[in-house]
Write a protein that binds this ligand. Structure first.
Ligand SMILES: C[S@@+](CC[C@H](N)C(=O)[O-])C[C@H]1O[C@@H](n2cnc3c(N)ncnc32)[C@H](O)[C@@H]1O
Length: 237
């Protein structure tokens, strides 16, 4: 018979790999759900809020270490992906010689090869499978920021898409529109300031305007993490 020592062992923390981490908008949601978070980004990220950070290529990191994690989140850059970027912006990028590699397919290949459950997030018009769509209004946020999630090796149910409370405020074609949501992209034309984005997304640890715009609201990944943990419990039951 095993005798109780009276000491309750803490359950080991699940480990999340946060690929293409930026400042860690996604990371914070997983931390709030109880994950230990390791981030990887090609650029230095002094504001990163995760637990561990590696600077390097995320696809190579997933190939080398993905299998060591319980769950993987990947946010490949969307500059080469979204519908607006394929039109006028794409033409401008070609003109000025700016090239954005398409990273979704190689990221998916690395994720599948890891054998671990994952989620890959991106914008409308990208090649991610649209298994899940999240919207800021679902969490009462001040941004709409529709994002799409491809789920690998696990499933959840699409939540209802709530009606928007109004418009995204700012200037469009010479006219100012007011509304409950900020434009957390670009510069000028009434686009959101650092303080407005922090407030709207629920991010309080960075003042980097560019990266704040790129970051996911932590509420999104907290939702994803909770859905993932629920699915694991259901499979185990
Ligand atoms: C859309 S942002 C990710 C936002 C992040 N999920 C968040 O919530 O804060 C994409 C990031 O990918 C990084 N990146 C681009 N190419 C990369 C590569 N090959 N390997 C790792 N990171 C890369 C960029 O530096 C940028 O920080």
């Amino acid at each position: 018979m095993t005798q109780s020592t009276g000491i309750r062992r803490a359950r080991p923390m699940l480990r999340l790999l946060d690929a293409f981490s930026c400042i860690g908008g996604a990371a914070r949601g997983y931390q709030l759900a109880g994950f230990h978070v390791t981030g990887v980004d090609i650029e230095a990220q002094p504001d990163y809020c995760g637990d561990v950070f590696h600077r390097g290529d995320a696809i190579e990191f997933i190939r080398a270490h993905g299998h060591e994690f319980d769950f993987i989140h990947a946010s490949p850059p969307c500059q080469g992906e979204g519908a607006p970027t394929k039109g006028t912006n794409a033409a401008r990028n070609r003109r000025i010689g700016r090239h954005h590699p398409r990273l979704i397919a190689p990221t998916r290949a690395a994720l599948d090869a890891s054998g671990r459950p994952y989620v890959m997030e991106n914008v409308a018009g990208s090649e991610v499978r649209k298994d899940l769509r999240l919207c800021g209004e679902q969490f009462g946020l001040g941004v709409l920021m529709h994002r799409y999630f491809e789920l690998g090796g696990w499933h959840t149910t699409q939540p209802q898409h709530p009606a928007h409370r109004g418009r995204v405020r700012g200037w469009r074609h010479g006219q100012y529109f007011d509304g409950p949501y900020v434009a957390a992209y670009g510069n000028g034309g009434g686009k959101a300031t650092v303080d407005e984005i922090r407030q709207a997304k629920g991010i309080d640890w960075s003042t980097d305007h560019f990266r704040l715009r790129e970051a996911l609201p932590p509420a999104y990944t907290h939702w994803v993490a909770t859905a993932f943990l629920t699915s694991v419990q259901e499979v185990a039951a």
